[in-house]
Write a protein that binds this ligand. Structure first.
Ligand SMILES: C[S@@+](CC[C@H](N)C(=O)[O-])C[C@H]1O[C@@H](n2cnc3c(N)ncnc32)[C@H](O)[C@@H]1O
Length: 222
């Protein structure tokens, strides 16, 4: 059993967020209508079994999509593009909120594949894909960001968070992949401790096929 901590104690304040997450299984199919929705859906359907580059599973991609839409986020950053699966879900939601995703990848082969995937899905216009070492680029980014998805080198999670926390908008969610509440004891305790040290963020841990995600949100009034 997980030891309660400041962030879990504040779960009550996260009820709307929890409802979104818990309800994701029964959430309506993303998108309303239109050519772009049809194109993205067709691409995701076609490539459903072709994400083999450490990509998020579809269920996690869907959660990212729902979080962006639920809060109406528009300024998104992803650290760790790989071949673009999570980026497509985030950018699809941003295509509806009028936003844009900046995403960073260090591996040129994966970066190029991601570009091709973004193009094929019809989402290139919503994505600024950078081929770069995030260790160097993240400190130079201006922000502010209202949505961050962290999914690159795990030993840098706490460092990325400390670099990006000052660049978060007043209403924002910071999501990290492959993090669970168990990270307090093993996995990524440094990162979870860094989250706990920020009382303005309400953190919930979402379980999932690929080890879960932490979702830390600052909402108006916090
Ligand atoms: C788990 S994968 C990302 C999966 C992606 N979010 C998706 O779901 O499609 C992690 C990626 O981070 C990249 N990466 C690792 N260290 C990095 C760094 N310092 N800067 C930028 N990208 C990095 C890796 O090359 C890898 O492609």
């Amino acid at each position: 059993m997980m030891t309660p901590s400041p962030s879990t104690v504040r779960l009550a304040a996260c009820v709307p967020l929890l409802a979104v997450i818990a309800g994701s299984a029964m959430a309506q199919e993303p998108g309303a209508s239109g050519d772009l929705d049809a194109r993205v859906r067709a691409f995701l359907e076609k490539s459903r079994y072709q994400w083999h580059d450490m990509n998020v599973p579809e269920s996690d991609g869907r959660r990212l999509y729902e979080l962006v839409l639920e809060h109406g986020f528009t300024r998104a950053l992803e650290v760790g593009t790989s071949t673009g699966h999570s980026g497509i879900w985030i950018a699809w939601a941003l295509s509806k909120t009028g936003g844009k995703l900046t995403t960073i990848e260090i591996d040129e082969g994966r970066y190029r594949q991601a570009l091709a995937h973004f193009e094929e899905a019809g989402l290139s216009g919503y994505i600024d894909a950078r081929l770069a070492d995030a260790h160097e680029l993240v400190p130079k980014l201006d922000g502010p960001y209202d949505f961050v998805f962290q999914d690159a080198d795990k030993d840098w999670y706490a460092r990325y968070f400390e670099l990006l926390y000052p660049k978060l908008a007043s209403t924002a969610c910071y999501v990290a992949h492959n993090v669970s509440g168990r990270g307090r004891r093993r996995g990524n305790p440094g990162f979870v401790a860094a989250l706990d040290a920020r009382p303005d963020l309400e953190t919930v841990f979402v379980s999932g096929r690929s080890g879960g995600m932490s979702v830390s949100c600052r909402t108006a009034g916090n």
